[in-house]
Design a protein around this ligand. Structure first.
Ligand SMILES: Cc1cc2nc3c(=O)[nH]c(=O)nc-3n(C[C@H](O)[C@H](O)[C@H](O)COP(=O)(O)O)c2cc1C
Length: 223
C-alpha cells in the first residue's frame, strides 16, 4: 500500500501578510507564520486540505442526531472566507434547523434528495444578492457552498450540495418556493441547499482521469 510509504515533510514556517479592515475602516496589517505540512505518498503530494478535496463525498442520508453548534459555526466561517469578485461577499447563509421548514424545503428539492434534507439536523441555504455582485454572483455563492461542504467533511460530517433549478412545466419555480418559505427577498437568488449531518452511509464516487482533462498551453494538446 502506498500509504505505508508515507513520509512527512514539515516545511519551514512561512511568513504571510494578512490585511484586515478594522471597524473604523482602517487597514490593519498582520503577519502570520504558517506551517504547511505536506506528506509524500510515493510521488504524490498531500496534506489535510488536499485530502479533504478528494475524500469529501456527497451524502444523501443522515442520522437525525444533532450536531455541535461550534461545528456549525466553523462551517459558516469557512463560507465567510470564500473568495468573491472584488471581495463583495454577496452571500447570506440561512441556517434551517426547524423540522417543519426542513420538511417544506425537502418537498421543493427537485431530485431524489427529499429524505436527506429532512433527516439532516441542519440545512444551510446559500443565497446571494446580484446587486452586490452583478457579474459573478453565481460563482461567489458556489465558492461559499464548496468551502462549507469541505469544512463539514473536515469536521467529520457529511453534506450534499443541492442545486436549485426548475423542472420543466413547474408553475412556481423551486427557487420561488424556497424564497417564500424562508422569506428571502425577491432581489436575492438562491444558489444551493446544503444539508449537513452525520452520514448514514457514504457512496464511493470516481472521477475522470487527469489525462482526460488537462492540456498544455493549447486546448487539445496533451500534457
Ligand atoms: C451545482 C451542483 C448541484 C448539485 N445538485 C444535486 C442535487 O440536486 N441532488 C443531489 O443528490 N446531488 C447534487 N449534487 C451533488 C452531485 O451529484 C455530486 O457532487 C456528484 O455526483 C459527485 O459526487 P461526490 O460529490 O460524492 O464526489 C450537486 C452538485 C453540484 C456541484
Amino acid at each position: 500500500m502506498l500509504r505505508s510509504k508515507a513520509t512527512f515533510s514539515i516545511e519551514k514556517p512561512r511568513k504571510y501578510c494578512a490585511r484586515e479592515y478594522s471597524p473604523t475602516g482602517a487597514i490593519v496589517v498582520k503577519f502570520i507564520w504558517m506551517h504547511i505540512n505536506t506528506k509524500l505518498l510515493g510521488e504524490t503530494m498531500t496534506n489535510p486540505v488536499l485530502e479533504a478535496t478528494k475524500n469529501r463525498r456527497s451524502v444523501t442520508r443522515f442520522e437525525t442526531t444533532s450536531i455541535e453548534e461550534r461545528k456549525v459555526q466553523a462551517i459558516l466561517e469557512a463560507g465567510r472566507w470564500a473568495p468573491s469578485w472584488l471581495n463583495k461577499q454577496p452571500w447570506k447563509f440561512t441556517v434551517v434547523t426547524n423540522p417543519s421548514i426542513k420538511e417544506s424545503l425537502s418537498k421543493f428539492a427537485p431530485t431524489v434528495y427529499k429524505l436527506g434534507v429532512q433527516e439532516a439536523p441542519v440545512c444551510i441555504v446559500v443565497s446571494v444578492d446580484p446587486n452586490e455582485d452583478p457579474f459573478h454572483f453565481i460563482e461567489d455563492g458556489a465558492a461559499a457552498t464548496q468551502n462549507m461542504a469541505l469544512a463539514a467533511h473536515a469536521l467529520g460530517l457529511g453534506s450534499c450540495w443541492i442545486g436549485v433549478f426548475n423542472l420543466e412545466g413547474e408553475r412556481e419555480s423551486t427557487e420561488e418556493k424556497i424564497r417564500n418559505t424562508l422569506e428571502i427577498p425577491k432581489t436575492h437568488r438562491v444558489i444551493s441547499l446544503l444539508p449537513i449531518g452525520i452520514p448514514k452511509y457514504i457512496k464511493e464516487k470516481n472521477r475522470k482521469e487527469l489525462s482526460q482533462l488537462v492540456y498544455q498551453n493549447k486546448f487539445g494538446k496533451p500534457k
